[in-house]
Design a protein around this ligand. Structure first.
Ligand code: ZN
Length: 165
């Protein structure tokens, strides 16, 4: 019975393909953990990392979700308290079968809607207006005419942040 397998040419071809495949998947020369990526900050290999900007270089970093992400974001997905922090998605080790959900945290509750009535805004204050985040460029007292999207001397759009919203 076994002889029949090796007699015909087509069987031999299938056999060699099969053995190639088994090198890729069956043999598992690399374990899932070898595909881990290191956290840019503490250099601990991890299956799930948060891609984010954390400083004025505006480079994207990969930071671990356990410790470093909380430090750079302040524990808030949108990180409104950290001027350079921008959330840029989750990285996950595809070989590890992990789920990479956005880290749990409050979602930008710190950013309030723009208020037209005599609200004191200072430089780098952030507001929501018209579905976007705006950053105060110059300290001022709000009024109905000084609203984001019209007075560009006072408000600039937070482009990085609006891109990932
Ligand atoms: Zn880390």
């Amino acid at each position: 019975m076994f002889n029949k397998m090796t007699t015909s040419k087509s069987d031999t071809t299938t056999g060699s393909l099969r053995s190639l495949k088994s090198i890729d998947t069956g043999k598992r020369s690399k374990s899932p953990s070898s595909y881990r990526k290191k956290c840019d900050l503490c250099h601990t290999p991890s299956d799930v990392l948060v891609r984010c900007r954390i400083d004025d270089t505006l480079n994207w970093h990969f930071v671990c979700t356990s410790k470093c992400w909380k430090e750079v974001s302040g524990g808030v997905v949108d990180g409104p308290d950290k001027p350079y922090y921008v959330y840029g998605g989750m990285w996950k080790n595809k070989h590890a079968g992990v789920s990479a959900k956005k880290p749990k945290g409050k979602t930008g509750v710190h950013i309030e809607d723009w208020n037209a009535y005599n609200t004191r805004y200072v430089t780098n204050d952030k507001v929501r207006y018209s579905g976007r985040i705006w950053v105060c460029r110059k300290s001022h007292q709000s009024s109905e005419t000084k609203y984001p999207g019209v007075d560009y001397a006072l408000w600039k759009e937070d482009e990085q942040r609006n891109r990932v919203i």
